[in-house]
Design a protein around this ligand. Structure first.
Ligand SMILES: NC(=O)c1ccc[n+]([C@@H]2O[C@H](COP(=O)([O-])OP(=O)(O)OC[C@H]3O[C@@H](n4cnc5c(N)ncnc54)[C@H](O)[C@@H]3O)[C@@H](O)[C@H]2O)c1
Length: 251
């Protein structure tokens, strides 16, 4: 309890999956949390669940690939709570099952815009507020796919590789000013995003063969990593790519 007491946080992609679990955990640990997502029904439900558990949370419809939406979300959080300390860039969009031959340019561009450019837009809006607050923690969501590549997932893997590099670059640029920037690289996590893929026994077998543990991860496994990186317990950690992947990249 209270690991994020007196912190104001933004979580993007908080309407579902890992984002929803992270909003719940951040709120339980004392943060006030603004959720930005394009899915209003899911976002309102996440906010309702967090408030029912005593959290101070609101949802604002936000397309993270649009600069005006990114700016508006930061503005709304600061208007409500007076400061911003934590930004968790978690939203993504990407088509599955495509290599570079069958990915359209539109799919490529949208993947980069929602999954990578959004992190620049959100950080650009958030960092001035963190500088005013005197410190900040940015937690970007990467993926194992951005560290070792991924079959039939080229646009996504390229965007996530960009997230890893962006994280290190921002950590370099802002560390001396009290802003830490880290990313998490999850392995396969049982969320709605992979619900369809999980129905394919071959896909599931391939995933389980890669893992050193016996099952896929849970959204909470990633939320706990985000909590550690967001809170002051990780005050000497920056520029890190934290693999939370069931050992997928250890062999
Ligand atoms: N599930 C996995 O196996 C896995 C593995 C590695 C990394 N990740 C990463 O974890 C993060 C969360 O994934 P998840 O599995 O919880 O997915 P999810 O599909 O459950 O949640 C993604 C959320 O992003 C939102 N979103 C989509 N486009 C948006 C936009 N333009 N603006 C704002 N929000 C938008 C969706 O509405 C949704 O709520 C992603 O960054 C994903 O790449 C997931």
């Amino acid at each position: 309890m209270d690991r994020l007491k007196n912190k104001v946080a933004i979580v993007t992609g908080g309407s579902s999956g890992i984002g929803r679990a992270t909003v719940q955990l951040f709120a339980m640990e004392g943060a006030r949390v603004a959720i930005g997502d394009v899915d209003a029904a899911g976002g309102e439900e996440t906010a309702r669940l967090a408030r029912a558990a005593g959290g101070d949370v609101f949802f604002q419809r936000t397309d993270v690939s649009r600069a005006s939406d990114a700016d508006a979300l930061v503005k709304a959080a600061v208007a409500r709570w007076g400061a911003l300390h934590v930004l968790h860039n978690n939203a993504y969009w990407a088509p599955t099952g495509l290599n570079v031959l069958n990915t359209t340019e539109e799919q490529w561009d949208r993947t980069q815009a929602v999954t990578l450019k959004s992190m620049y837009l959100m950080a650009r809006a958030a960092i001035p507020e963190m500088l005013k607050a005197g410190s900040g923690s940015i937690v970007n969501m990467a993926s194992v796919a951005g560290v070792v590549g991924s079959r039939n997932f080229s646009a996504y893997a390229a965007a996530k590789g960009g997230v890893v590099a962006l994280t290190k670059s921002m950590a370099t640029d802002f560390g001396k000013q009290g802003i830490r920037v880290n990313c998490i690289a999850p392995g396969p996590i049982a969320t709605p995003a992979i619900a369809e893929l999980r129905k394919d026994p071959q896909w599931l077998e391939r995933q389980l063969n890669r893992l050193l543990l016996s099952d896929l991860g849970r959204p909470e496994d990633i939320a706990y990593a985000a909590l550690y990186l967001a809170c002051d317990e990780s005050s000497f950690v920056t520029g890190l790519t934290m693999l939370v992947d069931g050992g997928a990249t250890a062999h």
